[in-house]
Design a protein around this ligand. Structure first.
Ligand code: AHR
Length: 346
């Protein structure tokens, strides 16, 4: 399909979208409309605007909220972008529908944050047939033909898992527990998502080198605080000898901490449980400062600028790297979190 910028192709689809919205079908036509922020105004793309359809996973975590805001702040109309934002509400079928809607509208680029890795082949083929480049962000897709998407921009989620494992090994060593039996439970993220697969398998890789580490159980908390609270309650009823709790994101750490405290257990260096988390959002870092989360492995949510850089390269016809990882770090209870927070955006 030949692609045109701005209103000409977009207009009828936009009107259709507006009618759908009036009919209560919830089609997002304004970057702010489904992002949890107030829409500033009804807008239309200018003729030269680069029209981008973003299919976001949902709003399951603090990380996700920051990530969404980062796209909205990056792809502004002042900079020549027109953003169509669709919240998938944690359902793959909503995301597939969103991508199809973007194809119908003839957007210039599709940015897809896939909830899980599999099940994208058909819709990505439709996007490719329509000549629309697809940038996969945050998590990854697992497809038979990798040319179905242009590139992926996001975190090295497996490396995050490895880093957490290495941190635990060093910490246990420093506490003279190198060869002691260590019982671990893991609160996994959404099963089948790259954030879950990567963190679980990265940590498991390190665990293989430590035969004294005993994974009691894995259970998914779906990256949400509420589910994690329930799962942690279940873990605590079932096991009375948990040494380490791995939470595959910060919101699950919040839920787990609540359940641990209610059970009368103590967290931290001189407590009963070592809790490790991923994301490093502000509220979690405050818990690192208190020593309740002992180490937090950053998942950088500010992906927007790197996506923009990639998209601008594509605009100029330049090649782009197939996989682009964003810089990440980690924080632990021994660091000066207060000063680090002063310089941190999120
Ligand atoms: O894919 C990134 C993960 O998804 C973040 O760790 C988590 O908070 C989010 O829900």
């Amino acid at each position: 399909m030949m692609k045109m910028r701005g209103t000409s192709l977009f207009m009828p689809a936009f009107v259709l979208c507006f009618l759908l919205l009036l009919a209560g079908c919830g089609a997002g036509h304004d970057a702010a409309a489904t992002s949890g922020t107030e829409p500033e105004s009804e807008s239309m793309p200018d003729e030269d605007d680069i029209v981008i359809g973003i299919s976001q996973v949902g709003s399951e975590s603090d990380w996700r909220t920051t990530n969404t805001k980062a796209y909205i702040n990056t792809f502004t109309q002042e900079k020549g972008y027109y953003l169509i934002f669709e919240d998938g509400q944690q359902k793959q079928e909503n995301q597939v529908k969103a991508v199809r809607k973007f194809i119908l509208k003839g957007v210039d680029y599709i940015v897809l944050a896939p909830i899980v890795e599999t099940g994208w082949d058909a819709v990505l083929k439709e996007a490719r047939d329509a000549g629309i480049p697809v940038i996969i962000v945050d998590r990854n897709v697992s497809v038979e033909d990798e040319s179905l998407y242009t590139c992926r921009v996001g975190s090295d989620l497996m490396q995050e898992g490895r880093n957490a494992g290495e941190w635990l090994a060093d910490y246990l060593e420093s506490r003279g527990r190198r060869n002691k039996k260590i019982n671990i439970v893991t609160l996994q993220g959404t099963l089948g998502s790259t954030a879950q697969i990567g963190r679980t398998s990265g940590f498991a890789e390190v665990m293989e080198k430590h035969p004294n580490w005993n994974m009691l159980e894995y259970q998914s908390g779906d990256f949400t605080q509420a589910k994690a609270y329930e799962v942690m309650e279940y873990f605590l009823e079932k096991y009375d000898d948990i040494d380490v709790v791995i939470c595959e994101n910060d919101n699950m750490a919040f839920g787990a901490i609540e359940a641990i405290k209610e059970a009368g257990l103590k967290l931290g260096k001189n407590g009963d449980i070592i809790l490790i988390s991923f994301d490093a959002v502000r509220d979690a870092l405050l818990l690192v400062q208190k020593g309740e989360i002992m180490a937090d492995f950053e998942c950088n949510p500010i992906i927007g600028p790197l996506v923009e850089e990639t998209l601008q390269k594509l605009e100029r016809g330049e090649p782009v790297e197939k996989v682009q990882y964003i810089d990440e770090t980690y924080f632990d209870y021994r660091m000066d979190i207060e000063s680090l927070l002063e310089e941190r955006e999120y």
